[in-house]
Design a protein around this ligand. Sequence first.
Ligand code: UT7
Length: 313
Amino acid sequence: MDVGVLGLGHYVPEKVVTNHDLEKIVDTNDQWIRSRTGIEERRIAEDDMDTSDMALLAAKNAIKDAELKPEDIDLILVATVTPDTPFPSVACIIQDRLGATNAAGMDIGAACAGFMYGMVTAKQFIETKAYKHVLVVGVEKLSKITNWSDRGTCVLFGDGAGAAVLGQVSEGKGILSFELGANGAGGKELYQDKETGHIFMNGREVFKFAVRQMPESSVNVIKDAGYKEEDVDYLIPHQANIRIMEAARQRLGISDDKMAKTIKKYGNNSAASIPIALSESVRDGKIKDNDLIVLVGFGGGLTWGALAIRWGR
Ligand code: UT7
């Protein structure tokens, strides 16, 4: 059975925080942030909007786009490292608020690679015919765990949500291959500090890991799907740093117009980055029916994941 995406949706908060706004709170400047990261602004959720509120809005859009009803969803998987609370899970909160009365639900913690882990998990349940429709959400309210006095991290992150409904698609379409990986020994380079609750990151080490892992995982899934790099129509890398994304793109020999770049306006949304970029790319007509697309992410854990998808239902 071929498993693919039936519908997509996303939500980003309205409040825009520019690099110039950040100059007022930490010792940084627009020029540094733009040239070192590619970020110009990010969206930050208001205090009364929590992770589940954003997840709900993205999920509603995805279910509508899939032309389904909440009752048609059998399982909800929410990839996040910033749940409202550890329990109930964000999945259970939105199961209730969506009225997805037939769905089971759980959260997945794989940091920025979380949406990849969610997609692959969904595929297994559908392929085995255990479930027909699985809702996968990547959502983060990183602003609540950001150390707003650490210029090394606070300029990077933003809030938002992206969602996909997965189910059976026509023969030859859907997820062609995947790779998931983890290296717990690298966990010390990127984590949530137990004492302060803030994000800690060894930027240079994570940078090196990402520049190596993104092309490697992409090549693996392209090869497993039976294709070559030049066959790829569109690349959606995790939006962590434009320099990392560019390095991956160049190593794969993919042209600039074939890579999603939401980082400029949203920053790094962790688990939400890839589904937001995917949803916008499809909406804007950058991904068309039958295109070969590659999604690739990496993050705290350390974790990574990639998928090759023949786009369409
Ligand atoms: O999804 C999570 C995964 N995370 C990532 O993928 C992040 C990966 N890492 C990175 O993107 C980059 O390492 C950063 C953007 C975090 C940092 O860029 P960098 O080119 O590696 O800079 P650096 O850490 O080597 O710092 C260079 C200089 C330092 O000053 P000195 O020591 O050379 O005087 C920093 O203190 O830039 C300084 N600096 C800043 N200056 C202005 C660090 N952050 C800032 C800032 N504004 N916001």
